[in-house]
Design a protein around this ligand. Structure first.
Ligand code: TYM
Length: 389
């Protein structure tokens, strides 16, 4: 047990020096992603994993190729299972406390690619209990309502009901509870406090909650009656749950979950992460076209102060939020390359570049909202309770 604590402390726990903090509930300061990976004890994605993915699928998703998904835990073991024709599943989730910003869609866009390429089952947890327990000022009815709203956005990405299985914690607890109590017995209060930064005034509901996020990682094994490890594509803030899950999996007789981690989509106004407290830093799926345009047009760029200087010296796409959004939402490598080169050469002005981004996001959101409307009629078909009784 002592070794376990030392490892946790060496991994950085939940708090990293003074410069930045990354926890499942808070990202503060300028994140040094390489250092975060080192301190969390996760591996960087290397050519080896990229080549295996390419061998297996014929291509590698641009979110991985462009380094947005950059780290992992034991991705190789999932790829090996795939090579051997053995079953695995995908797992993701969302804490429903508000409408989604487009950053939330990014891990699910990659999940869609995995489902399409590997024909795997996709388990998705909506933690209405978590958001009720950890956020001040929400009733359980409100977070539950957001669970349904957020589920529509997930379904709108194009998943079919035979592959996507949605779990709403407050309604589908019977699928998780037996696993959760076993998980709970393996985790001491002290471990949970260290890992998540809980204190003596944290409510006991919040302290128990991690067992539920961990449980879904083990659920496919229970449902299929054979070892079915999961791959979890998420931003790196969720790592503490899955580090613990991996620590206790063997003892509970479950396969260890694997993960693939992204960086955070930066706020449009320069923050390292889109933030709910500054609505202009994020584009919400419910924003009007007018709001999206205004937010993009006000975004921070790596451009020169005047058009004349921009033409003369070129801009700095490597330090430009607008360019980062192009990298995340333009799937054409050729278009992204042209934007980069034209910016550096001073041929592309920031206003034009923002207009191109607005056009792309407008198109994405228009399609998304049409599909979201249609999802309202079919949401029940995606519930885990319809598929697994
Ligand atoms: P939540 O609702 O905070 O976030 C949902 C997912 O979105 C990712 N994310 C981001 N990704 C890129 N850029 C951003 N700016 C950004 N902000 C958030 C998060 O990493 C997460 O993947 N406790 C969880 C819900 C949950 C879950 C899971 C998440 C339950 N089971 C399994 C991932 C995997 C939560 O509150 O997520």
């Amino acid at each position: 047990m002592l070794i376990f604590y030392q490892i946790l402390q060496e991994c950085g726990g939940y708090y990293l020096a003074n410069e930045f903090t990354v926890t499942p509930w808070e990202v503060k300061g300028r994140v040094d992603y390489m250092r975060l990976a080192r301190e969390f004890g996760v591996q960087l994605i290397t050519e080896s994993e990229i080549n295996t993915l390419r061998e297996l699928t014929g291509e590698v998703h641009y979110l991985i190729r462009r380094g947005f998904f950059y780290a992992h835990r034991d991705l190789q073991s999932i790829l090996n299972r795939q090579k051997s024709g053995l079953r695995w599943a995908l797992y993701n989730g969302r804490g429903p406390s508000a409408d989604l910003h487009i950053g939330h869609l990014v891990p699910w866009i990659l999940s869609k690619w995995f489902v399409d390429k590997f024909n795997v089952d996709y388990f998705f947890e909506l933690t209405d209990d978590e958001k009720f327990l950890v956020r001040e000022g929400y009733t359980l009815e409100q977070t539950n309502k957001y669970a349904y709203e957020n589920a529509l956005d997930l379904i709108a990405l194009g998943f079919t009901p035979d592959k996507l299985h949605i779990i709403i914690d407050s309604e589908d607890i019977k699928y998780l509870y037996k696993i959760a109590v076993r998980v709970g017995k393996k985790l001491t209060l002290s471990t949970v406090k260290h890992t998540f930064g809980f204190t003596d005034s944290t409510n006991v509901g919040a302290a128990f909650f991690p067992t539920l996020e961990i449980s879904v990682a083990f659920l496919p094994t229970e449902l299929y009656g054979e070892p079915v490890p999961v791959l979890i594509p998420t931003a790196i803030d969720q790592d503490p749950y899955f580090r613990l899950a991996r620590d206790i999996a063997d003892e509970l007789g479950y396969p260890k979950p694997s993960t693939i981690y992204s960086k955070f989509i930066p706020g449009l106004t320069g923050e390292d992460k889109m933030s709910a407290s500054n609505p202009d830093s994020a584009i919400y799926v419910t924003d009007s076209e007018k709001d999206v345009r205004r937010k993009i047009m006000n975004a921070l760029t790596g451009g020169q102060p005047t058009a004349e200087l921009q033409r003369k010296y070129g801009g700095d796409p490597d330090n430009c939020v607008v360019y980062k959004y192009h990298l995340l939402f333009q799937d054409s490598d050729e278009r992204v390359r042209r934007i980069y080169e034209d910016c550096r050469a001073g041929k592309l002005l920031c206003g034009e570049c923002k207009a191109m981004l607005f056009e792309r996001i407008r198109e994405f959101m228009k399609e998304h909202n049409e599909r979201r409307e249609r999802a309202k009629d079919v949401i029940e078909q995606y519930r885990i309770s319809v598929k697994f009784r």
